[in-house]
Design a protein around this ligand. Structure first.
Ligand code: LUZ
Ligand code: MOS
Length: 758
């Protein structure tokens, strides 16, 4: 089944926030933000802006009826700055005007007098100065200190990865309406409708029941709207509340890039110890997460970094410590992978470094240490149904790794100024919110009296195709045509207390809740059918839109069944609640079983580097991926391709630049390069690993949102291998992204070349 949104998207008919017809009387909001990263506000002069024709009001923290607080995990982030600003782009005031243009003009008339204070942008510097968001955490298994001695080889090093801009095509936005009795309705481009509802209630000082949040769809989220869609929605709600008129806020791209947090940059130190036969005996790692100026989701992101510190490998002795460092960047936030990719980059760097020093290919160490059933991870979960080795072996065979290696060696022998490099990237990603209590969802199903069905869940459609999957669950449960099912908007009055659509778990959690609701309806409908044909309930099935009795059609169509049930006053509405069983985690011990299951895969990446210019193209990325039993192969394939390319972009070309004063320099698409059609691999092959699927996944179809991003890590190491093939003096560094500039520097590091004839 195709994505149900594809036609609407292609024709431009799909409704995004900015497509909602504008109500008469609507006002437009524009954010006045901090012009430095850290400073004391001496004075703000709004007088000229206030007098600008068309400006209705300028709202500051003083106008907030409730709390000036948007922090979720830790209450450390004001909606509007009070006396101090903590990052460049921090909201100070909201200008409300009759048009967006007027609001933007008025913004230029605000004069702010700030005393600039010291600015920290580097996480290690923050740690040295004791600037932490919360105390460090350590995951530990075995005892590294007692085994270094016994290791044949021990290597130490640093591995750093930079941030990543989400670059959802649809920027942040919200549209709030004052309803009767002081109720507020907010249309929001958010992954977390409940987070918006809760925070709006807190800021307005009202109960959550006064706030309704509605989401049709997002033009991309990638984590950037898990927590950070909230500010704009709350500001719009505040405007609507104070002015009793609709207020709309849609960020311009440059404002969005400047004001919102991104993937967390990390700086890390590692030490790895191996036996003679390349078994990893010990691994010690210290992560410095650049959290930015407030906690946002950093504690949860840091936790996932620790969970994924050893990627797909079994290491018996591990000490992984992480510091969440408070700096003056915008608060960094969720981004596809949620700290996992950052953790995995360090172990892959440690392996690459060991391989380089030993003069072997990294894959020899990788393969030797892949997880298998019964292995215990540093956080206490014991592997079951581990597929790390199977995906590796299948990729090796299916994609003829040996032949590929020979071809590349041959090519590199024959070509002086063009070199190829290969890397293998295994991935093992845990599925479930790391915070156990968040792993629950609800669904509401109405069967209308004509037999058509309306489905509401807590899942937010952001292009990932979750609505299509939900529709499949409902249509399949009732054995009716997909056309008979409608996916409603995600709305807090229909489905309450939702977790954000995140952690790759949205289809699993909401799909299972929906399945439960459908099953309850089905039970009642079977009773009605049994009465109609005068048979036992156990002999009844629904198939092909009709009733079957003892495997034979009973001559009752779906519509007839529903009509009868309706006339007999059977309840045709149900809701389902699902909470993931089995999972638990004890933070005092840092041990437990936090994940419902893991998703596995192995990618083989081949790159060609132009050794004169430092530019590169990826010839191919070939993947064996563990889909479980995919319930929608087209959608899942789209997730793999998109995730892969997004991961490759982070590792190679996407380069965020802040100056030492904390100002974002790469604040537009002209200065921040994301992968385009010319930079994606020439060939992407994805093979499904043959498995039975996993019971904890919706219809045995495993979560697919985040895991493929981490195949992109291999891009870094493939390029590095090509550089090594050109320049034997190159000393590998582990600092992503590997931009063409860095490639060029690597190619000519400690080289005395004369590029003759060029
Ligand atoms: N969000 C969250 C996430 O709150 N907890 C998680 O574990 C998570 N994992 C991935 C992406 N978003
Ligand atoms: Mo996400 S990083 O699953 O919002």
């Amino acid at each position: 089944m195709k994505n149900i949104d594809s036609k609407g998207h292609v024709r431009g008919e799909s409704i995004y926030l900015d497509d909602i017809p504008v109500q008469i009387g609507t006002l437009h909001g524009e954010i006045f933000d901090a012009p430095c990263a850290h400073g004391k506000i001496k004075n703000v002069d709004y007088s000229q802006a206030e007098q600008f024709p068309g400006v209705v009001r300028i709202i500051t923290f003083k106008d907030i009826p409730g709390e000036n607080q948007i922090g979720g995990i830790i209450p450390d982030e004001p909606l509007f700055a009070e006396d101090e600003v903590h990052f460049w782009g921090m909201p100070v005031a909201l200008i409300i005007a009759t048009s967006e243009f007027i609001a933007r003009q008025a913004k230029k008339l605000i004069k702010i007098d700030i005393e600039e204070l010291d600015c920290i942008v580097d996480p290690k510097e923050a740690r040295e100065k004791g600037s932490l968001i919360f105390p460090p955490r350590t995951f530990k298994i075995g005892d590294v200190d007692s085994v270094w001695e016994a290791c044949e080889h021990v290597f130490e090093g640093e591995a750093d990865s930079e941030g990543q801009e989400h670059l959802y095509i649809e920027t942040q936005g919200a549209y709030a309406f004052q309803m009767e009795n002081g109720n507020i309705r907010i249309a929001s481009s958010t992954q977390g409708p409940t987070a918006v509802q809760r925070t709006a209630a807190r800021v307005l000082g009202v109960g959550m029941h006064k706030i309704e949040v509605d989401v049709t769809r997002l033009g991309g989220g990638f984590g950037g709207k898990e927590d950070q869609a909230t500010s704009w929605a709350v500001m719009a709600a505040l405007g609507a509340h104070l002015l009793k008129r609709p207020v709309k806020i849609v960020l311009h791209r440059m404002d969005d890039m400047c004001m919102t947090g991104k993937r967390h940059p990390y700086r890390s130190d590692f030490k790895i110890g191996l036996s003679k036969d390349f078994k990893i005996k010990a691994y010690q790692v210290t992560f410095h997460q650049n959290a930015g100026a407030a906690a946002d989701l950093s504690p949860a992101v840091m936790e996932r970094t620790l969970f994924h510190a050893t990627n797909s490998y079994h290491i018996p002795n591990v000490t992984a410590t992480a510091y969440s460092c408070k700096t003056h960047l915008p608060p960094n936030t969720a981004f596809r992978g949620f700290g996992g990719p950052q953790g995995m980059f360090v172990i892959e760097s440690a392996i690459a470094k060991a391989a380089h020093e030993l003069g072997i290919d990294a894959s020899r160490i990788q393969e030797r240490n892949l997880l298998k059933d019964g292995d215990e991870l540093p956080y206490g979960q014991v592997m079951e149904h581990a597929l790390a080795r199977k995906t590796w072996a299948t990729a090796h065979k299916k994609f003829q790794l040996e032949a590929k290696r020979t071809d590349i060696a041959d090519f590199n022998q024959k070509n002086k100024y063009i070199k190829k490099g290969l890397a293998i990237q295994p991935v093992c990603f845990g599925i479930s919110f790391t915070n156990t209590s968040m792993n629950n969802a609800r669904a509401l199903v109405h069967i209308y009296s004509d037999g058509s069905v309306g489905v509401s869940t807590g899942a937010v459609e952001m292009g990932q195709g979750v609505n299509t999957k939900m529709l499949q669950v409902a249509a399949n449960a009732f054995s009716i045509a997909p056309e008979k099912v409608k996916l409603e908007t995600t709305n807090t009055t229909r489905v309450a207390n939702t977790s954000p659509s995140a952690a790759s778990a949205t289809a699993d959690l909401n799909g299972k809740a929906l399945q439960i609701a459908c099953d309850k309806l089905l039970t009642r409908l079977k009773e009605t059918a049994a009465n109609m044909v005068g048979a036992e309930v156990s002999s009844i099935e629904l198939q092909d839109e009709q009733v079957y009795c003892n495997n034979k059609p009973a001559g009752i169509k779906w519509e007839k069944l529903i009509q009868t049930a309706f006339l007999e006053r059977v309840c045709l509405t149900e809701n389902g609640h699902y909470a993931t069983p089995v999972i638990h985690f004890d933070k005092t011990k840092e041990k437990g079983h936090p994940f419902a299951y893991h998703v596995y895969g192995t990618a083989i990446l081949v790159v060609t580097v132009d050794c004169i210019r430092g530019i590169y193209t990826f010839d191919s990325v070939e993947i064996v991926h563990d889909f479980g039993k995919s319930m929608n192969e087209t959608i899942d394939l789209g997730q793999i391709e998109g995730g892969l390319v997004q991961g490759m972009g982070w590792m190679t070309m996407e380069e965020l630049k802040y100056n030492s004063n904390g100002k974002l320099l790469s604040n537009a698409l002209s200065t921040y390069k994301i992968p385009d059609i010319y930079s994606v691999p020439k060939e992407i092959k994805v093979e499904a690993l043959e498995t039975e699927g996993h019971e904890m996944a919706i219809r045995k179809s495993k979560a697919v949102g985040e895991p493929p991003l981490m195949y992109g890590l291999g891009a870094y190491f493939a390029i590095q291998n090509a550089v090594k093939a050109f320049n034997p003096n190159y000393q590998p560094k582990y600092h992503a992204p590997f931009t063409p500039e860095k490639v060029l520097l690597g190619l000519y590091e400690k080289v005395n070349v004369s590029v003759s004839g060029i």
